[in-house]
Design a protein around this ligand. Sequence first.
Ligand code: B12
Length: 210
Amino acid sequence: VIEELTSALVDLREDDALGLVDAMLAGGTDPLEIIEACRRGVEVIGKRFADGEAFIPELVMAGEIMRSITVKVKPRLKEAAPRAKLATIVVGTVQGDIHDIGKDIVVTMLDIAGFEVIDIGTDVPAAKFVDAARDHGASMIALSCLLTQAIASMKDTVEAVATAGLDGSVNVMVGGAPISALVCGHTGADGWGKDAVAAVELAKTWAEVR
Ligand code: B12
């Protein structure tokens, strides 16, 4: 059934995908397995896009199916989540970039790991990250980007956090396809992660240190 879900996503059969998710949740499948099966589907479409075999509408459609599935799965994930919040973390895709499929996975995973997550969306200017961190008393900020061009916005955001005097109390992590240790160093961020699991691990480390 797990493979069927991945294929339904790859073929963009939304009704089939949602039906499978309902059946799997009813049958007690681990919600994380469902998210992972969908992620593999989106990955296949991403590869087809890179090879010129899929186009923008397919990508948008895949994103929408992924979102509908996340809405269904989230309540189930929350049942298993710890009650006391570990820390508050502001998450968003930086200015100039609207990719949010990966960012949403990071949000979901942090949420179920027990973090209070403030999702401020996509194409977010540096000042908005600073305001959100201050307003919500966050101790961490996670920046996502998929465009090489948007790495500059990450650097700007890290600088804005320092200029606002929050660098002593707020840790910033960066992630997304173009991010590596080298790029992280260039942005001045405190850490980076290659996927949503790494985001949670890093956030947990930071939560314990504070
Ligand atoms: C889907 C997609 C789109 C969709 C986005 C839909 C949406 N709602 O997000 C649409 C069609 C809108 C789109 C638009 C564009 N796209 Co696009 N898109 C993709 C595609 C195919 C997949 C991205 C994706 O969702 N992957 C699946 C998710 C699950 O993976 P992920 O995002 O990498 O996230 C994981 C990790 O990176 C990590 N992670 C992510 N964020 C964070 C944050 C932290 C803190 C941490 C620790 C980890 C982390 O965890 C996630 C889960 O494991 C990629 C190609 C690819 N194979 O990556 C191109 C790609 C990113 N797009 C690209 C481009 C160029 C564009 C456009 C400029 C195209 C255009 N000419 O209009 C526009 C951008 C507009 C803008 N201003 O942003 C290029 C970028 C090239 C570059 N290096 O700069 C790529 C690489 C395609 C290519 N090969 O050319 N795109």
